[in-house]
Design a protein around this ligand. Structure first.
Ligand SMILES: NC(=O)c1ccc[n+]([C@@H]2O[C@H](COP(=O)([O-])OP(=O)(O)OC[C@H]3O[C@@H](n4cnc5c(N)ncnc54)[C@H](O)[C@@H]3O)[C@@H](O)[C@H]2O)c1
Length: 269
């Protein structure tokens, strides 16, 4: 088995680390890799880091052929996820939807079996409508995403499930909660950056600030472990999976957790 991990950021670098720990040498593809940050998560001489743009389909096919890839994890994303997509919808729509289609098409034409793609738990939260109870034939029968980012993730899931149904690809779409964890590079979502900045500030003895919202989180190493499990599961089942801590975290819980590891930490909401 040789895995192509597309997107070497907060989650992709952890996926590569786990694969290395299992004895594999994964191929990490990124159009703007941050080797210094990646090297703090996984030993760089144990992975093959290649430049490549998921928006150029032949890049993907080239990587599949050159490195004898047997499965793909696709985690490429624009910075700041939901917030970034609200500022630049076209870029997010292009990368999230067409980037994923390029991956699925590359898998289809080369006969690759399994593709695991990052979705998001925003699809559990950023939805509205469906008030008529799902009655078929009614225009508002199904709830709709309320942000550009969640709309792209919904499209990604639907497209992946259709590639699974009609093209014989084993597809998993993983709905990560907001991801936090060690990462010194740029990237991640808004909440990932808020936690990173909060930890940086309390470790420097300064007051940290966290948002007032109740969130569904996942630690980056757990998101990666779930991703590797989806890569290796014998039977993938339904194709879409929640990958979160399985509970909602309130700001007070977060402040207590920070105070437990940094005694005396000051956190305001
Ligand atoms: N971080 C979160 O809180 C969170 C929550 C839910 C879902 N997700 C999803 O998980 C996935 C991974 O998120 P992350 O936090 O690791 O993101 P990240 O920003 O840390 O990493 C994404 C990587 O993709 C690369 N990339 C961007 N455009 C590319 C392109 N055209 N070709 C190749 N590489 C490209 C970036 O350079 C970056 O290194 C994304 O799909 C994201 O939507 C993230």
């Amino acid at each position: 088995m040789t895995t192509l991990v597309i997107g070497a950021g907060l989650v992709g670098s952890q996926v590569a680390r786990l694969l290395v720990e299992q004895g594999e040498r994964p191929i990490l593809m990124d159009h703007a890799a941050q080797p210094q940050a990646i090297g703090q998560i996984v030993e760089l001489d144990k992975v093959t880091l290649i430049p490549g743009d998921v928006l150029r389909p032949l890049c993907i096919v080239d990587a599949l052929r050159t490195h004898g890839i047997t499965q793909i994890v696709h985690t490429a994303a624009n910075p700041m996820l939901t917030l970034g997509a609200q500022k630049d919808p076209y870029a997010a729509i292009n990368l999230n939807i067409m980037g994923t289609v390029n991956v699925l098409e590359a898998a289809r034409v080369t006969g690759l079996k399994r593709v695991v793609v990052s979705s998001s738990s925003v699809l559990n939260h950023y939805l509205e409508g469906g008030g008529d109870g799902g009655e078929i034939g009614r225009e508002e029968a199904f709830p709709r995403p309320t942000t550009f980012y969640s709309a792209t993730k919904q499209a990604v899931e639907s497209l992946g499930l259709n590639y699974a149904k009609w093209c014989g690809i084993e597809f998993a779409g993983l709905r990560y909660g907001a991801v936090f964890g060690p990462w010194n590079g740029a990237g991640g979502g808004g909440p990932s950056n808020v936690v990173r900045e909060a930890m940086r500030r309390v470790l420097a003895g300064q007051e940290a600030q966290i948002g007032p919202g109740v969130m569904e989180w996942v630690y980056s190493k757990d998101a990666a472990r779930g991703t590797v499990m989806a890569l290796q599961a014998k039977d993938l089942g339904g194709g879409i999976f929640n990958l979160t801590m399985g509970a909602l975290t309130r700001p007070g819980d977060m402040a207590s957790a920070i105070a437990a590891v940094v005694p005396g930490a000051k956190v305001k909401f």
